[in-house]
Design a protein around this ligand. Structure first.
Ligand code: SF4
Length: 371
């Protein structure tokens, strides 16, 4: 029986002393966690001024991305795009350039779409309730809970993967976190545990506990944990078994041949398709597979390129969540070119300032000065 049902059951049955005991335990848990958070919260750029816009941008950037990686992006983004109005008006190419290297570029596109909706439907102000927030592109149950509670003080839990793990350990839930029923139970527990006077701080404290002590990889630091005495996994000596580990799907391997093609002081770039992986970003021309010298010659002819020299570049690898690219690179100096293919020819400084080239190609971006 979930703790929420159990509390209702106690009330129905008139077992008030048991109910009071549980409520007392919950209050002690909340206090212990908040006291710890007050003394241990990391200083993060979005925490000193939790305005709705700043909280929103930080939460979107933090999806699937480490805090340390987000910090410089957040500062830079806020400097250039300080308000929803600016985001709605930002050209897509500039948005992609600001997002370059953060990955998961659909997050940035959704941010802009949502900003346009906020301008059109909410008079330029983010809505404060969870339901309306979830109508905006890119904002799901967790993000809406985080924005509503942190920026608006709404009494809403915010349960992301980190918090699910903490809750599973606290309650000793040995189920699979991908299981819908398990998630539902843990979400109900989060709602029950929420400190309603300070929902934003409480949610951040749960996240901080998951990030600093109740960590996903390696043994959690239970000896330093402020809520150890409430933790079932710890009592059962089962912190290594909770949450249940599921085997990850194997990443697909893909070989590619990448060309850094230079004609005088210009380098060939092309835009990726509008759908799929890294959609709409700029890349060095490339082909599936590790091409043989004959195949390389054919591809260059197809592109209307007359090579003067072809020099191998170091191999590179890029790991996406579901895919690995193993790349062989070639620097190609061009004698002449036909304007037959869909390349743009950009100067090195233009590439650095204006074209958003995803980090998958960074090994070859670095090589630009040498080719
Ligand atoms: Fe996590 Fe350990 Fe704290 Fe339990 S005692 S919540 S397992 S850090």
């Amino acid at each position: 029986m979930g703790i929420l049902c159990f509390l209702l059951f106690c009330l129905k049955m008139g077992i008030t002393s048991l109910y009071n005991k549980i409520m007392d335990k919950i209050q002690k848990f909340q206090q212990a966690l908040l006291n710890w958070y007050e003394g241990n919260a990391r200083i993060l750029p979005w925490r000193d001024d939790p305005s709705p816009y700043r909280v929103w941008i930080s939460e979107i950037m933090l999806q699937q991305t480490r805090v340390e990686a987000v910090k410089p992006y957040f500062e830079r983004f806020l400097q250039e795009v300080p308000a929803i109005l600016d985001l709605a008006a930002l050209p897509e190419d500039r948005l992609m350039k600001l997002w370059e290297g953060l990955g998961y570029y659909s997050r940035a596109r959704n941010l802009k779409k949502a900003a346009c909706m906020v301008m059109g439907q909410y008079h330029g102000r983010l809505p404060s309730d969870r339901k309306s927030l979830q109508t905006l592109p890119g904002i799901g149950p967790y993000t809406s809970g985080a924005i509503a509670s942190i920026a608006f003080g709404a009494k809403e839990p915010a349960v992301d993967g980190n918090v699910l793990r903490v809750l599973a350990r606290l309650s000793g839930n040995r189920g699979d976190l991908k299981d819908k029923t398990v998630r539902k139970d843990l979400n109900a527990l989060a709602a029950r545990l929420l400190f309603r006077q300070e929902p934003g701080n409480f949610n951040q404290a749960m996240m901080e506990l998951g990030a600093l002590l109740c960590i996903p990889n390696g043994r959690p630091k239970c000896g330093e944990c402020p809520v150890q005495s409430f933790c079932e996994a710890c009592h059962q000596d089962a912190v290594d078994q909770i949450p249940r580990k599921t085997r990850k799907a194997k990443r697909k391997m893909e070989n590619r041949t990448v060309f850094v093609i230079r004609f005088q002081d210009r380098i060939a770039l092309r835009k990726r398709q509008e759908q799929g992986l890294l959609s709409g970003l700029w890349e060095f021309p490339n082909r599936y597979g590790h091409l043989s010298p004959e195949e390389i010659g054919k591809v260059l002819t197809e592109w209307g390129i007359c090579p003067e020299t072809i020099t191998p570049l170091p191999d590179a690898k890029h790991v996406f969540s579901h895919l690995e690219w193993h790349m062989k690179g070639y620097a190609v100096r061009v004698r002449g070119r036909k304007e037959t293919c869909s390349f743009v020819w950009a100067r090195q400084e233009e590439i650095h300032h204006s074209y958003s080239v995803p980090s998958a190609f960074h090994a070859y971006l670095k090589a630009l000065g040498k080719v």
